[in-house]
Design a protein. Structure first.
Length: 345
């Protein structure tokens, strides 16, 4: 026989309303009462009827998470943070991977609207991504890592321009004068800003941006494309002494290729990335990078979305709340891939 909320209430010596508040994670329940209810739930092995709960509360207790490409460790690491936080609110996360295809973002947004999710976190936005369907259906959403040209969205991002500027300036201060860049597609605002930061640092120090030093790769095919562009860079008479990559996973593919070619890093060529993914700190890699506080970014996005969902479901929630827009400051993480010796001019 299925255990009901009434059974829990009788065993715990509380009302059914109190049990309901505990099950739904209401913060206004005394800790001692909450413990009694949770103990009764455990002893009776209570399994809530999620369908009935959804109908009563007009919620599905699911959140959509749209990310770019799980081949990029940044998305895997931030997705893990988001999932853990959302689950604290007794919600489940459905993860959708776009492989950096614009049409997939729209497709998944439409799918999540049809599934009546409580909210959506989007880390794969393009410059012109539309959120009209979410807004029309009053579904809360927030962007992280990327923003769009749309001015009225909530987001948590980092200063991409400053991240790139900081990375290239570090190379320059080590004495490098011939610095290349391998960047992702410029259909993303983050990539555009990082390219601008690269040029700004070179301009400030009066250094030349050689045409064959500027190379683009597809985020979904870096293992194949990075070796090709490095070969192109190094095939010319004037070779780069350092390369800035707009993402750590690009730098790792570069490091892998250079190691196989027995090209010493950092003695023959220095490498620096952006993101500070976990693998970058590995003792066999030691990649110098610019950290963008990814974990904090993901945490802020998840917490804010859950707040927006709760506000929406409160009768007293305000529709004129201020926009939530945070830009985190990057931080240089110095390891071994750039070296400390002066580069040759």
């Amino acid at each position: 026989m299925q255990v009901t909320i009434k059974d829990i209430a009788v065993k715990a010596g509380v009302s059914t309303a109190t049990v309901s508040r505990v099950v739904n994670n209401n913060p206004f329940v005394k800790e001692s009462t909450k413990k009694k209810v949770l103990q009764a739930i455990e002893e009776l092995d209570y399994q809530p009827d999620l369908i009935a709960r959804s109908m009563v509360m007009k919620r599905t207790f699911t959140v959509g998470l749209i990310v770019g490409n799980l081949g990029n460790p940044f998305f895997a690491e931030t997705a893990e943070v988001i999932i853990k936080i959302v689950e604290r609110y007794n919600c489940h996360v459905n993860v959708y991977v776009t492989d950096e295809k614009k049409e997939k973002v729209t497709e998944y947004i439409d799918l999540l609207v049809n599934r009546r999710v409580d909210g959506v976190i989007i880390g794969a936005a393009f410059k012109d991504t539309s959120f009209e369907n979410l807004e029309k259906n009053n579904i809360p959403y927030i962007l992280y890592n990327r923003k769009t040209d749309q001015d009225d969205t909530d987001y948590v991002i980092h200063d991409s321009f400053k991240a790139a500027y900081t990375a290239v300036k570090h190379l320059i201060q080590l004495g490098h004068k011939r610095i290349g860049i391998i960047h992702g597609p410029n259909k993303f605002n983050t990539v555009q800003d990082r390219i601008s930061g690269y040029y700004a640092a070179l301009h400030e120090y009066g250094l030349k941006a050689y045409d064959h030093f500027i190379r683009s790769v597809d985020f979904t095919n870096t293992r194949t494309e990075v070796p090709k562009v490095l070969e192109e860079m190094r095939s010319k008479k004037v070779k780069p002494t350092a390369v800035f990559t707009t993402a750590d996973h690009i730098a790792l593919d570069a490091l892998n290729y250079l190691t196989k070619q027995q090209i010493a890093v950092p003695d023959e060529i220095a490498l620096i990335g952006v993101d500070n993914i976990s693998l970058s700190a590995h003792s066999l890699i030691e990649l110098t990078t610019v950290g963008i506080r990814a974990e904090e970014m993901a945490q802020l996005a998840a917490e804010k979305l859950m707040q927006k969902i709760e506000d929406k479901n409160r009768a007293s929630s305000r529709s004129d709340s201020l926009p939530f827009r945070i830009t985190l400051e990057p931080e240089l993480v110095i390891r071994n891939s750039c070296g400390s010796k002066k580069a040759r001019g």
